[in-house]
Design a protein around this ligand. Structure first.
Ligand code: SF4
Ligand code: SF4
Ligand code: SF4
Ligand code: FES
Length: 948
């Protein structure tokens, strides 16, 4: 339960026209069909006492507290399970009902510890509130008989406790785990008096529980409660803001006492998550106040020198002076910046403005370069805009879902739960992934097809799917004729129909059984609404852009675009990848994806900023590094991005950083990149600033300041100070003014303002005169580019090949409890679930190499070698190994290559030829790292910190 609880209607709100009119306590109310009497009463602000009902789960009807009288019906039915009917006359407050409710409540209280005054949920407990509501004053039955007061407490979960002596067995937690989260970790064991909540015979930490918090949220008592609330007391104030982890963009109420966040409660009104959360957003926010935060600006002349703490003014002046010295000496293009998809739209907009208006070049790039830049390219070519086509809610209308190169239950968990709900209700599922991700088979879900392709063959598989659709006459001809460029379609159809693209001809390359592939293609094309969701397993390849275009082709060919339930949906990695791309963070584009060479666009910004702008695209991140090594790129500002850890071929990146004369890093922590920096500017966490993030469904969500910036400056203020020192005048007093500038210069954002965001809650762009409240589904009547454009997508095998020296393929991904390079999550108690990156290897490959589960193994590629522990599992196929990249000390990117997408330079993280052998020592790179004091021991340190 949450402080300042939003209206809880007791049972889920039904949508639709309010056509059912009934009378409750003498007043008429109209509700949509299917609405319960309880919800109807709540909507007219006449709540009925309840315990086992809450509107996040379907009614259960077990507590009998919500009894009502209905004219013409016998007895006192439960209002939570009784649907409203036209003409019904309901009474909720008779003397008989009040007596019955007091009796029910008395039984509950007689087996409940009466320690309300010292209970962690005092004044924030539904049992306590309802006891007051029903007027219970005395409890006639004592504790003398059997009771549950000595029942044990399970404190194994790092974030919440299960104090079973306080459990009233209402089953709200069990239903939340099933219906909302879809994990089925909890059950009610036993019957009657002996019934209790079970976690599969083990404690919470060892159970199937994924710590999403849905049960904690649903619990009406203090049984399931956050540890921080137990320790620190009930929160006092609430600030609605947005999660800073993944691209789902969940809304939360940050609940605070003073300036300390005690819990993050998922916000029911948040349209991306509708009251749900995952472990990261819900619980793993402690990094924001971790003692590793650097709160003082620092400088040093040489990277071998120790850091010197200085004032903000001195740090900014040093960075600006170095900027001027270097640009004067080495020329206009010797300087650049990298912004971060973790920062707000307003912050990244300012960074690119500083570069274009102050540096006089377009040397601005973003970490989206290394994740979803192919999405921007591919969807722009085919549909005319660089964004996903749907809102998340759309999946509830899908009949067939294709998940390719994505692992939603780990990487986009709240969307994963939505998807699982739809799958449990009957939608069909096709998974295209080298690894057996959870969705292939989990409780009540089984994929119809799992096409376990070899890494690097996405395009071959997508072309083969298209081949079946075209050659078997499954194209939606009416859609194609009406909506797409016909000549272009015909040449694409001829291309994919060529026998070399058939499932049979591509089977050897892809490793997919042609019969399975044909069946999957037929299902997608003919199974009703077909939606495709994809992730970095599509984009992070040498043919990432080709794969995105091949996906877009499939959706057009089958008419699966332009309505709810269908579409092409990139699952964006970081919280603001969409936004940082929208805001003009690529070197060739202004905000709104408009090329720097377009005179009219440049003139708009020249008028606004009062300076001439360059029409030449600037340097991408890899070009900056290459030019640094060559000696022509010398000054870099990196805001909130750790390129030394997250970009491929670490040795090349660090060589580039070492070659620069001034590197300015702005971050929360001294990250790996900061080891090569000369100026360190403290960053601010999402809790410390105002702004907006844009999630994977193009939804602009407000980020609201919950506590003052710990280092004194929000990131937009730091960039503004640097820009002013460099000579770009900026005088914003609030991020809303930056958004006003975005709206004034960017047609797709024309209708966006903070006032409008506060009014609507959130807005999906485009938001302008034609779509004043935003656009949930794109390309409804026509594609943004006019006619949809089919692109030819020839499969070209990656140059990264297996051979005798490197016979295995390494692919990488994330796990639920950790996030990207782990800078945030490693500084939370989530280390309890994943304290190190391990190498998944198939039993066959392990056996061949004499590797046992848990052995230290050397993982060697053409670019480098690291060591990590092996985990033997059939999740990966023979010939494929897999690891995560959450721990700096693993150095996963030491082994990845510098091959990249042909169109966007997005690195090919997902395919590296490797060899694995047993070892008894860490690699040279890791030992060297340890000697520098940033050591392998950090894993243990994170655990110790978490335990503190
Ligand atoms: S935290 Fe989530 S997964 Fe765990 S038991 Fe509760 S609802 Fe289920
Ligand atoms: S733990 Fe809470 S939600 Fe679950 S049955 Fe007990 S009281 Fe109800
Ligand atoms: S799903 Fe993503 S946005 Fe939502 S709480 Fe989890 S990490 Fe945050
Ligand atoms: S709230 Fe209706 S029976 Fe419990």
């Amino acid at each position: 339960m949450a402080l300042l609880q939003e209206l809880d209607t007791g049972t889920p709100i039904r949508t639709g026209e309010a056509t059912v009119t009934l009378t409750i306590d003498g007043r008429k109310v109209s509700v949509p069909p299917g609405t319960s009497v309880m919800a109807a009463a709540a909507l007219m602000d006449n709540p009925i006492p309840k315990l086992c009902a809450t509107d996040s789960v379907e009614a259960f009807g077990s507590c009998r507290l919500c009894l009502v009288e209905i004219e013409g019906r016998k007895g006192t039915p439960a209002s939570c399970t009784t649907p409203a009917e036209a003409g019904m006359i309901v009474r909720t407050k008779t003397t008989r009902l009040e007596r019955l409710r007091r009796g029910v409540m008395e039984l509950y209280i007689s087996d409940h510890p009466l320690d309300c005054l010292t209970c962690s949920a005092n004044n924030d407990c539904e049992l306590q509130a309802q006891a007051g509501n029903v007027g219970l004053r005395d409890v006639r039955y004592g504790y003398a008989g059997a009771n549950h007061l000595e029942a044990p407490t399970d404190a194994s979960n790092p974030y919440f406790t299960f104090e079973s002596s306080k459990c009233i067995v209402c089953s709200r937690c069990v239903r939340a785990c099933e219906e909302v989260q879809g994990t089925f970790a909890l059950t009610i064991l036993g019957r009657g008096f002996d019934s209790k909540v079970g976690t599969g015979g083990v404690d919470f930490l060892s159970s199937e529980c994924v710590s999403c918090g849905a049960c904690v949220q649903a619990c009406p008592t203090a049984t399931l409660n956050e540890k921080l609330v137990i320790e620190k007391g009930t929160p006092e104030r609430t600030v609605v803001t947005t999660c800073a982890y993944c691209g789902v963009g969940c809304s939360f109420k940050a609940e605070l006492k003073g300036n300390e966040v005690l819990r993050m409660v998922p916000h029911k009104a948040g349209k991306a998550n509708e009251g749900h959360s995952c472990v990261k957003g819900r619980f793993a926010y402690g990094y924001a106040t971790h003692k590793d935060r650097v709160l003082k600006p620092m400088i040093r002349e040489r990277i071998e020198d120790p850091w010197r703490e200085v004032s903000w003014g001195d740090a900014i002046a040093y960075a600006a002076n170095e900027f001027r010295r270097i640009q004067t000496k080495y020329g206009r293009d010797s300087v650049g910046a990298i912004s971060s998809s973790r920062c707000t739209n307003e912050e990244v907009f300012l960074v690119q403005k500083m570069v274009r208006a102050g540096f006089g070049n377009n040397n601005i790039d973003t970490c989206a370069r290394v994740c979803h830049s192919p999405t921007g390219f591919g969807l722009s070519k085919t549909y005319g805009t660089s964004a996903g086509t749907q809102d998340f809610k759309s999946v509830a209308k899908s009949d067939v879902v294709v998940v390719i190169g994505a692992n939603p239950t780990d990487a986009h968990p709240v969307f994963g739960s939505r998807l699982k709900k739809r799958l449990r209700a009957g939608a069909r599922l096709i998974i295209i992934d080298p690894r057996r991700i959870d969705l292939v088979k989990s409780p009540h879900i089984k994929a119809d097809y799992h096409l376990a392709l070899k890494p690097g063959t996405n395009v071959a598989v997508l072309n083969a799917l298209a081949h079946v659709i075209v050659s078997e006459g499954l194209v939606d001809e009416a859609f194609v004729r009406d909506r797409c460029d016909l000549a272009n379609f015909e040449s694409w159809a001829r291309f994919v129909a060529d026998p070399r693209h058939s499932p049979e001809a591509t089977a050897e390359a892809s490793g997919i059984d042609p019969r399975e592939l044909r069946a999957a293609a037929r299902l997608y094309a003919t199974g009703g609404n077909g939606a495709i969701y994809y992730g970095l397993g599509v984009t992070e390849h040498s043919q990432g852009s080709t794969s995105v275009m091949a996906i877009a082709n499939l959706a057009m060919a089958t008419g699966n675009i332009g309505r709810e339930g269908v579409g092409v949906n990139p699952l964006r990695g970081q919280n603001n990848v969409q936004g940082s791309c929208d805001m003009g963070s690529f070197p060739h584009e202004f905000s709104g994806y408009r090329h720097v060479s377009t005179d009219a666009v440049r003139e708009t910004f020249e008028r606004m900023w009062g300076v001439p702008l360059s029409n030449e695209p600037g340097l991408r991140i890899p070009n900056m590094i290459d030019e640094a090594i060559e000696g022509s790129f010398k000054w870099l500002y990196v805001q909130g991005e750790d390129i030394a850890q997250s970009d491929p071929d670490t040795k090349h990146i660090t060589a580039g950083l070492r070659a620069m004369e001034c590197v300015v890093v702005q971050d929360l922590f001294l990250n790996e990149t900061a080891r090569y920096a000369h100026v360190f500017l403290p960053g601010a966490s999402f809790l410390e600033k105002d702004g907006t993030f844009t999630n994977a469904e193009r939804r602009i969500n407000r980020v609201r300041k919950a506590i003052p910036p710990l280092a004194g400056m929000a990131d937009w203020e730091t960039t503004m100070a640097l820009a002013n020192a460099i000579g770009v005048p900026m005088s914003y007093t609030h991020p809303s003014e930056i958004m006003d500038e975005v709206a004034a210069t960017t047609p797709t954002f024309k209708g966006v303002s903070y006032a409008r965001l506060d009014e609507l809650g959130s807005i999906q762009w485009p938001c302008n005169d034609t779509a004043p409240t935003g656009t949930p589904v794109m390309h409804v009547d026509r594609f943004v580019r006019g006619k949809g454009q089919f692109m030819l997508t020839e499969f070209v095998a990656t140059e990264e090949r297996v051979g005798p020296r490197f016979p295995l393929l390494l692919t990488t991904g994330r796990i639920l409890s950790q996030y990207n390079v782990g800078a945030q999550t490693r500084r939370t108690a989530s280390a309890a679930w994943h304290s190190e990156d391990v190498l998944e290897i198939h039993p066959f490959d392990a056996d061949e190499r004499g590797v046992r589960d848990g052995d230290l193994v050397a993982l060697k590629s053409r670019t480098g070698e690291i060591s990590l522990h092996a985990k033997i599992t059939e999740r990966v196929q023979p010939g494929i190994v897999y690891t995560t990249f959450h721990h700096a000390e693993t150095g996963a990117n030491v082994v990845t290559t510098d091959y990249s997408d042909w169109a966007t330079n997005c690195p090919e993280y997902k395919v590296t030829a490797v060899q694995v052998r047993r070892t008894n020592h860490f690699s040279d790179w890791q030992v060297h790292d340890r000697e520098e004091g940033v050591s392998l021991r950090r894993t243990e340190k994170a655990l110790a910190d978490a335990a503190e």
